[in-house]
Design a protein around this ligand. Structure first.
Ligand SMILES: NC(=O)c1ccc[n+]([C@@H]2O[C@H](COP(=O)([O-])OP(=O)(O)OC[C@H]3O[C@@H](n4cnc5c(N)ncnc54)[C@H](OP(=O)(O)O)[C@@H]3O)[C@@H](O)[C@H]2O)c1
Length: 290
C-alpha cells in the first residue's frame, strides 16, 4: 500500500473512519457488537494503520470499540481524533470550541482510547456558536491545541471543516499536519484547500468520500459515470469513487466509514483498482461538481 506522511508518521493511504460503527445517528451501541470488533481487527490485519475517530461518536462508543478490539495497539497504528463538538441527550451535534472544552475533549479521547498521546487531533470548526456565549476566536482555539501538543498529549494538530483562510491561519499558528474537510468526486468545492495542502506536504483527509451515510446527501455509488466505469473495470462503484480520490492527489488519505465487513473488504482492495486517464475524464465529467 502507498503511504503519505501524517505529521511525523508515515501511514498507509487507505485508512478507516470509525463514524459508522455506533448505532443509528452515530448514537449508542453498534448494530452487532461482535461484527464491529471484527471490522476493526480485520482492518488492521489487512494493513490499516490510520484510524479516524471521535469521542462524540456514540458518545464514547467508537473509542471504546477501538480499544476493545485493538488494545494493546500495534506500534505503527496512528489514532486520530477530533474535538470542538459534543452531543446532547437527543444526539444533536453542538459546538464546544472553548479552550477548556477542547482540553477536556482531548482528555476524554485519551481516557477512552487508553493512550497517553494521540497521533493527531483535528480542531473541528463550526459555523454557529453556543447561544448566550461569545464566539471563540480561532486564534484562541489553535493556541489551546498547540498547548496540548506542547504538553505531549497530541503528536500533531489538524483542522477540520475549515475554509482556506482558516487553514492558512492554522498553518501559520499551529503548523498543522492534516486538514479534514468534505471532498469527493461529487463535491470538489474544496479543491483550493486540497491544492494548498498538497503544495505544503500536508495530509488532506476527505470526509464523506462516498457522500456520507446521511440520506440527504448524494451518494457517489449512485452516480451514473461511477457505475459505468465500475461495470467496465469489474470493480464496485464505491471502489471507483475511492480510487478516483487516490489518483487525484498523492496527499489524500482515505478514511471511508463502514459498518459492514464486505464493504470494508472492498474499500481496502481499492489499491488494486487502476483508473486510466479515460476513466478519470469520464468520472470528472460525469461527477456533479458543486
Ligand atoms: N471531521 C468531520 O467533521 C467528519 C465528518 C464526517 C465524517 N468524518 C470522518 O470521515 C469518515 C468518512 O465519512 P463518513 O463515514 O461520514 O462517510 P462516507 O465514508 O462517505 O460514507 C459512509 C457510507 O458509505 C457506505 N459505504 C462504505 N463503504 C461502502 C461500500 N464499499 N459500498 C457501499 N457503501 C459503502 C456506508 O454504509 P455501510 O455502513 O453500510 O457500509 C455509509 O453509509 C467517518 O467515518 C469519520 O471518521 C469526519
Amino acid at each position: 500500500m502507498d503511504t503519505y506522511p501524517l505529521g511525523q508518521f508515515s501511514v498507509n493511504r487507505i485508512g478507516f473512519g470509525a463514524m459508522q460503527l455506533p448505532g443509528p445517528g452515530v448514537m449508542g451501541p453498534p448494530r452487532d457488537h461482535h461484527e464491529a470488533i471484527g471490522i476493526l481487527r480485520r482492518a488492521v490485519e489487512w494493513g490499516v494503520n490510520h484510524i479516524d475517530t471521535a469521542q462524540f461518536y456514540g458518545p464514547d462508543v467508537a473509542n471504546e470499540l477501538i480499544r476493545e478490539a485493538l488494545y494493546p495497539y500495534p506500534d505503527d497504528l496512528v489514532l486520530v481524533s477530533k474535538v470542538g463538538a459534543f452531543r446532547d441527550d437527543h444526539g444533536n451535534w453542538l459546538p464546544g470550541q472553548r479552550p477548556d472544552q477542547l482540553r477536556s475533549a482531548v482528555e476524554d479521547n485519551l481516557r477512552t482510547l487508553g493512550v497517553d498521546r494521540l497521533g493527531a487531533v483535528n480542531l473541528r470548526l463550526h459555523e454557529g456558536h453556543t447561544p448566550g456565549e461569545e464566539p471563540v476566536r480561532l486564534e484562541d482555539q489553535l493556541a489551546e491545541m498547540v498547548a496540548l501538543r506542547d504538553e505531549g498529549k497530541i503528536a500533531g494538530v489538524g483542522i477540520s471543516t475549515a475554509n482556506r483562510v482558516q487553514v492558512e491561519q492554522a498553518i501559520a499558528q499551529a503548523d498543522i499536519v492534516c486538514v479534514q474537510n468534505a471532498f469527493s468526486l461529487l463535491d470538489r468545492s474544496d479543491a483550493d484547500v486540497l491544492d494548498l495542502c498538497a503544495a505544503r506536504g500536508i495530509a488532506y483527509v476527505p470526509y464523506f468520500p462516498l457522500g456520507s451515510a446521511f440520506p440527504n446527501l448524494p451518494k457517489v455509488t449512485d452516480n451514473p459515470a461511477v457505475r459505468a466505469v465500475a461495470a467496465r473495470l469489474g470493480a464496485t462503484p464505491a471502489q471507483v469513487g475511492l480510487a478516483w480520490l487516490l489518483a487525484h492527489r498523492e496527499n489524500i488519505l482515505l478514511i471511508p466509514g463502514t459498518s459492514r465487513p464486505a464493504h470494508l473488504e472492498q474499500n481496502l482492495a481499492v489499491a488494486d483498482v487502476r483508473l486510466s486517464d479515460g476513466d478519470i475524464a469520464q468520472l470528472e465529467e460525469g461527477g456533479v461538481t458543486s
